[in-house]
Design a protein around this ligand. Structure first.
Ligand SMILES: Cc1cc2nc3c(=O)[nH]c(=O)nc-3n(C[C@H](O)[C@H](O)[C@H](O)COP(=O)(O)O)c2cc1C
Length: 217
């Protein structure tokens, strides 16, 4: 697959089929993930995969609870705001996030990256993105989620036997599966609206409203 196609169309693919992902595809995703850079090449990471049905259902239960907690705390009032403002993009994110919360336990695969001894906390994320890009190249959809780590770190660790006392920290839980919907270009603010040149606040003298890679081209 063309690198730019993967870069521009790797989306939060929350609605996926329960069909299993072949072992060789899972291996290819993980092998791509661990080729990514980390500070000092320390590779202070572990990549825990879960496909067992009973464990997945338990993870799904914890994810639903975390989703409720998110909506009662950090996201409190946000859904009502989105509904009242008629903001269609936010409403779509809520409805697909709700779908994931209701169906997380049916995911064919979840990858949970753990890291430790990394003061920046940044070393794990190139690998997470590489895993997601590699999945995309195999037609597998992924969603980076963090609410299990925020609200259910201990419960997930207990379920999966993660030795938190040795410093391991959950960075994400990435449900993976073959998409129910279609791949599409990620919608983002235009590049000139978020880029400064030389000094903070000084936008570039160019305008690039359309994505430079486009599936129509
Ligand atoms: C750091 C991070 C944390 C995220 N956590 C969650 C999450 O807990 N649950 C979820 O459904 N999506 C989560 N997402 C997915 C984002 O909501 C999604 O990437 C964003 O809305 C853009 O979607 P798009 O790429 O499909 O356009 C997370 C994404 C990132 C980068």
């Amino acid at each position: 697959m063309d690198l730019h196609e993967a870069l521009y169309t790797t989306r939060a693919m929350r609605r996926v089929k329960p069909d299993p992902i072949p072992d060789e595809v899972i291996r290819s995703m993980l092998d791509a993930a661990i080729r990514s850079p980390s500070g000092s090449n320390a590779q202070n990471w572990r990549w825990l995969t879960v496909a067992d049905r009973a464990t997945m259902h338990e993870l799904g239960r914890l994810y639903s609870e975390a989703w409720v907690e998110l909506n009662e705390t950090i996201y409190r009032g946000k859904r009502e705001q989105a509904d009242a403002s008629g903001d269609e993009a936010s409403k779509r994110i809520y409805s697909s996030s709700q779908w994931l919360a209701d169906n997380f336990g049916e995911s064919p695969l979840v990858v949970l990256p753990y890291h430790r001894n990394d003061p920046s906390g940044a070393s794990i994320y190139p690998g997470v993105w590489s895993l997601m890009l590699a999945a995309r190249s195999h037609g597998v959809g992924t969603t980076m989620t963090t609410i299990l780590g925020i609200f259910k770190q201990n419960e997930v660790a207990e379920l999966l036997g993660v030795p938190l006392e040795k410093g391991w920290i959950n960075a994400a839980a990435i449900p993976c599966g073959y998409p129910l919907g279609r791949w599409g270009l990620a919608k983002r603010a235009s590049v000139q609206d978020v880029v400064y040149e030389e000094r903070w606040g000084e936008g570039p003298d160019w305008v690039q409203d359309e994505p430079l890679w486009n599936p129509g081209e």
